[in-house]
Design a binder for this molecule. Structure first.
Ligand code: AMP
Length: 383
């Protein structure tokens, strides 16, 4: 029988942003203690955790002390250096595994692994020089999307190539020696499937979330996503296969494109809870962070049943540019739930919090969420 890590134990998180914060809150609710580790101090996760380790990812002494203080380590962002996982594995379990982390840290490795698992991905080519780019464009066609193999997020480190005249400038702007060229997918919509799997192989998947991005940053998530039933089941089936093939233990999110002819293609995997899953805190029986606790501790998954249609909108630092947002007005509607991450510096584009609106339908919830956010910035004020 698989060992279970019971409430009362201490769980570790690498990274200390909002995902770690919401994980720590869910873990504390279930009677676990949480230690977080990152190079920063006074962090969103540290504020609500039992202990905050502030040290660099190359500080072996601090890493060993952290690993010895917990039973299992999970992470809230995937760019933790692989040497860190190796160090931690000597003293504590690490879930998802260092292998999963390694696959997700490099877009080329990720797409190749998915393709080898028989999973659907956009057509792609590895690019290591401007000559590779010139010749691969012949196979992929225009327009195409080029992305650095590592360190890209929220649209950083990527560009759309629309003309062969752009090739030199785009390659220079990426300033990398390893990239991936993908076909440009003319998608109908973007969806994500968040799921969890425990060491005994038990899985649970939320129904897909429909996502829209602004400036490459997630803006709005809607659930139910109003997809064709065949598309919805295909999206979940892809996620299920992925979890089993990669032997994922923990929570992960599969980001998908739904094409205009109903095909479903994987864009990328996040081996952790995801921004699009934040609405599960208010709209589902079990939220994605509790699922993460349950999965890494070997407990059975909680119910993924949704009790209300819901829409989440992100609150970016942009909202603060004209002064402190009007929080009281965001709480005017009893179906609107405010989440703030405790970050003090509100920079443009920085995720500071989110609002989840619950409604009678997805459309109703979307209207409420957008109106509330508008009131925050003073947009809906009469004067
Ligand atoms: P990524 O950093 O890979 O998640 O990409 C950020 C966003 O860029 C995605 O959410 C899509 O909106 C867009 N994008 C990425 N790859 C492609 C592609 N191959 N075709 C069309 N749009 C893409």
């Amino acid at each position: 029988m698989t060992d279970v890590i019971l409430p009362g134990a201490t769980l570790g998180v690498l990274g200390s942003g909002q995902l770690g914060r919401m994980f720590a809150i869910a873990a504390a609710r279930m009677g676990y203690h949480v230690h977080v580790y990152s190079p920063d101090s006074d962090t969103p996760a540290g504020e609500v955790s039992a202990r905050e380790f502030t040290a660099s990812y190359s500080d072996e002494t601090a890493l060993v002390e952290f690993a010895k203080s917990v039973e299992v380590v999970t992470f809230e962002f995937e760019n933790v250096p692989s040497a860190v996982s190796e160090q931690i594995e000597k003293y504590a379990l690490i879930r998802p595994s260092a292998y999963v982390l390694d696959v997700c840290q490099n877009r080329l490795r990720e797409k190749s692994t998915l393709q080898n698992c028989g999973l659907p991905v956009p057509r792609f080519q590895p690019i290591r020089s401007v000559d590779d780019l010139e010749s691969s464009l012949g196979q992929i066609g225009l327009p195409a999307v080029i992305k650095t193999a590592s360190s890209g997020y929220d649209g950083k480190g990527q560009a759309v190539i629309r003309s062969r005249d752009d090739v030199d400038a785009v390659w220079k702007s990426l300033a990398t020696d390893e990239a991936i060229l993908e076909e440009f997918v003319d998608f109908e919509c973007e969806v994500s499937v968040v799921g969890s799997r425990n060491p005994g192989g038990e899985t649970a998947f939320y129904r897909p979330f429909r996502n829209t991005h602004t400036n490459h940053i997630l803006d709005v998530t809607i659930c139910p996503a109003s997809l064709e039933p065949g598309v919805e089941s295909r999206a979940v089936e892809i996620a299920q296969t992925l979890f089993e093939q990669l032997d994922i233990i923990g929570v992960a999110c599969v980001e998908l494109f739904v094409t205009r002819n109903g095909a479903v293609l994987i864009n990328e995997i996040a081996p952790r809870p995801h921004n699009s899953g934040h609405l599960t805190i208010d709209a589902h029986v079990t939220c994605q962070f509790e699922q993460q606790v349950r999965a890494i501790c070997g407990l059975p998954p909680g119910s993924v049943q949704q009790h209300s249609p819901a829409v989440m909108v992100n609150l970016l630092g942009d909202l603060w540019q004209t002064g402190e947002p009007d929080w009281a007005s965001a709480c005017l509607d009893p179906g609107v739930k405010l989440h703030l991450y405790g970050k003090s510096a509100a920079r443009v584009g920085r995720k500071m919090g989110h609002i989840t609106a619950l409604g009678a339908s997805s459309e109703d919830a979307e209207r409420l969420a957008v109106e509330s956010r508008g009131r925050l910035a003073g947009v809906n004020k009469q004067r």
